[in-house]
Design a protein around this ligand. Structure first.
Ligand code: SF4
Length: 465
């Protein structure tokens, strides 16, 4: 992992006795491993007081305060008041850990549910997110949270060290909750493979990473005491599972930690060049000639943790400076949080510059480049562009109009002409469709084939980059 990339361990227990001998060294190793923030999570009133004290004495550390469901039977008004006072400490960023544990059943089910609800009420009172533990209690966990989580409701939180199933993950995400993965996702077992499937499917804007130290050390430390520095191994595994780089996981999960807990920093400046995997993406414009119902621009400003909302469009010179050496990347991709061919002159100038320096050029486009520029632009791309990825998105004009809401009349006809013409000027052409209601993928494939393009890729809804 790149040493300049930073991680957040969103869940560990630094107050525990396993760290008494070397707590300072553990924090030092975490810092050296790129862990920029740590949340140490209380598991009882005393443990929460200790967590808050550690947080107050170390810039790297923040606290969460709560009583573990194992001890729910002892949770009373005195504990609630003590946690309320701790929750108001400026280094406290969450309430928890709370939740339900029906595996060990150290406290009766009813007592666990009652304590869980009181933690939720505490979190709502102080306006902090909730850190939830759930073991063999998926249905009750979702049911209780659902009582407080209407769509857009105020309760926010994370299911830590996720061990549920795909259905539970989907329900939590739909409620606005985050899902955090710990060491078990790195283990080699049938259960870990199932967990990997879930980790692959959690949306970018809902995933977190943690150690749960001193427990559950990831491979290659399985069975040993865990510590925050090991969070990078879980991040690396998540990267492998999700088909991206560990740096991408670090950026995505750090942004999510900022969103949920308010820790760390997030740039308010839109980036104009950003790496994902081995490619460099160029954010050419935020304008587009469509208003697709599934467009990620409508839902936020970030892709893979990169802020893409531009205050102004970059010049060709600024893009070249941001690229540096184009040969360092497998390809330079003109995209944008919008349609890059709305800035045809800039795209042509920078693409030519990239080609002169041994780079490879791809354009991701909605295929309306000729329509918006008022002429057939494909001959102008010959020799400048190695690869085109054209969003076709529908099998007919009616569906296209409904899903993509183009600004221009005849946009679908222009898109089809662009696709059929592109194969004469660009060596590698792919069309894409989003897997969403109303899209007939096989009909799209047949239509693309009739236009001379056999390569069709189905994009998952809400997954970009
Ligand atoms: S074409 Fe792409 S950028 Fe434009 S609205 Fe549709 S999804 Fe968004």
């Amino acid at each position: 992992m790149n040493k300049d990339i930073f991680l957040v361990d969103t869940h560990c227990h630094l107050d525990m006795s396993q760290f008494d001998a070397d707590r300072a060294e553990v924090l030092e190793r975490a810092g050296a491993a790129g862990v920029r923030h740590i949340i140490t999570v209380g598991s009882g009133v005393e443990s929460s007081m200790a967590a808050a004290a550690i947080a107050r004495s170390n810039d790297l550390v923040h606290a969460a305060v709560g009583v573990h469901p194992h001890d729910a039977k002892d949770f009373n008004d005195g504990a609630f008041k003590a946690l309320l006072a701790l929750a108001r400490d400026k280094k406290t960023v969450a309430v928890g850990e709370t939740g339900l544990d029906y595996h060990y059943m150290h406290s009766p089910r009813e007592a666990q549910i009652e304590a869980f609800k009181r933690h939720i009420e505490l979190a709502l009172e102080v306006g902090l997110p909730l850190i939830v533990h759930s073991r063999e209690a998926a249905r009750d966990t979702v049911r209780v949270l659902g009582q407080y989580c209407g769509a857009g409701g105020p309760l926010r939180g994370v299911l830590h060290c996720f061990s549920g199933d795909m259905e539970m993950a989907g329900e939590l995400v739909a409620m606005g909750f985050y899902i955090s993965f710990a060491g078990p996702v790195t283990f080699k077992s049938k259960r870990s493979s199932e967990l990997a499937g879930i980790a692959a499917s959690v949306p970018d804007d809902r995933i977190l990473v943690e150690t749960d130290a001193p427990y559950l050390a990831p491979e290659p430390f399985r069975g040993k005491r865990n510590e925050p520095a090991h969070v990078r191994h879980t991040a690396e595994k998540l990267a492998q599972i999700r088909g991206i780089r560990a740096e991408d996981v670090a950026r995505i999960t750090s942004l999510n930690a900022f969103r949920l807990f308010g820790i760390g920093e997030v740039s308010g400046e839109g980036v104009i060049a950003y790496p994902i995997r081995d490619s460099l993406y160029l954010n050419v414009t935020n304008r587009c000639s469509n208003n697709c119902s599934f467009c990620v621009r409508m839902k936020g400003d970030f892709v893979k943790g990169h802020m893409l909302r531009l205050r102004r469009e970059p010049s060709a010179r600024e893009l070249q400076e941001a690229i540096g050496d184009p040969a360092k990347y497998s390809e330079v991709v003109f995209c944008g949080y919008g349609e890059p061919l709305m800035r045809l002159d800039v795209v042509k100038e920078v693409a030519g510059w990239v080609k002169q320096r041994g780079g490879r050029v791809r354009i991701n486009t909605n295929g309306q480049g000729s329509l918006v520029n008022g002429r057939d632009i494909l001959p102008e791309l010959a020799g400048l562009v190695d690869s085109l990825s054209i969003s076709m998105d529908a099998q007919d004009e009616e569906t296209y109009g409904r899903l993509c809401k183009p600004l221009h009349k005849d946009a679908f006809r222009a898109l089809l002409d662009f696709i059929s013409g592109s194969v004469r000027y660009v060596p590698d052409v792919q069309v894409t469709v989003v897997d969403t209601e109303g899209v007939d993928v096989e009909a799209c494939r047949a239509l693309a084939g009739s236009l001379g393009v056999k390569n069709l890729r189905v994009r998952k809804l809400d997954v970009v980059g």
